[in-house]
Each structure stands twice: as C-alpha cells, then as structure tokens.
Ligand binder design. Structure first.
Ligand SMILES: [Zn+2]
Length: 172
C-alpha cells in the first residue's frame, strides 16, 4: 500500500469511528452478553441495534452452542428484544446468509421474509434497514431488499461492533 493510499485508508477508518455506533446483535440469548446489553442500554449510547431473529437458528447452534429448541429460543429472544424496545432502543435487522454463494434466491427470500415477519409479529417492529452478516450479499439479495423495502447498510455508513465481542475480548 502506497503512502497516499495508506492515508486514505486510515482517514476512512477514522471517519467510520466517528459515526453513530450500531451493534450487530447476535448473542442476546447468551446470559453474559445479555447483562452487558442491558448495561449499554442504560448508558444510552447505542444508535441502532441490528438484531438477528430465530430464523438464523442453525447459525446460533454452530456459533454459540445454543441448546434450546427453535421455539424456546424464539421466546427468549422475544422477551429480551421487547425489554430493549420498551427501554427506547431502536431495532433494525441483521441476517446471516452464511453460505451466500450457495444460497438460491428462494432460500434468501425465505430467510428475509420470515425474519421480517418474526419482528412484526413478535416485536411489533417493522425493520427499514438491514446489515448483512459479514457484509456478504449478491445481486439476488439486492433484488429482494428492494422488494421488501429494506435499505442496505454498508460498512462505511455507521461505526459498528458485535455484541459477542464484549464478552470474548472486553478490551476492544
Ligand atoms: Zn453478524
């Protein structure tokens, strides 16, 4: 990387740090993480919580060793997200398409539609924005986001952190 490029890079990183902080909320079901979420909510510094829904059930099982059934997990997530909503937190969407290169338009649509429906039915929240897991999406995703009226959040739009980072590396 040349000197000028390096300057542009660090400028972009610095500018992103100055933007409102959004949390990619993935591990609300983990009690240790939940305690920190409540604490952060009380401090009132989080602009948006981009939340995952039980539709990403397989992801939670592999990432956080979740042993609950999908129904039990849904109930727990609902209870905790409603607490956040009732404490004035703004909730938007976060979906992991995981193996996006192998995920058909039909599979992606099912995940998007079911996630929106879950937020509407269980939380009475209609999401307007989405952060795609690992910033991964393709042309099909873009078509679907248009169809479901979701604005795609890009890496530079906000500053962001993952909720689970607070537990496994609290120094960050
Ligand atoms: Zn994520």
């Amino acid at each position: 990387m040349g000197f000028v490029n390096a300057l542009h890079y660090w400028k972009a990183i610095f500018e992103r740090k100055m933007k409102p902080l959004c949390i990619h909320t993935e591990a609300v079901m983990v009690d240790e993480v939940w305690e920190i979420i409540k604490q952060k909510s009380k401090e009132g510094k989080i602009h948006i919580w981009n939340i995952m829904t039980p539709e990403n059930y397989e992801y939670f099982k592999s990432s956080f060793n979740v042993k609950l059934s999908k129904e039990e997990l849904s109930a727990k997530m609902k209870e905790r997200y409603l607490w956040m909503k009732n404490h004035g937190e703004k909730l938007e969407l976060h979906i992991h398409f995981s193996i996006i290169m192998n995920m058909s338009l039909v599979e992606q649509e099912k995940l998007i539609k079911n996630s929106i429906d879950w937020m509407k039915n269980e939380l009475e929240v209609t999401p307007k924005e989405i952060v795609c897991g690992w910033w991964c999406f393709n042309e099909d995703t873009l078509k679907l986001l248009k169809k479901y009226n979701l604005k795609l959040v890009k890496f530079r739009d906000y500053n962001s952190e993952h909720d689970y980072e607070w537990v496994f590396n609290p120094k960050l």
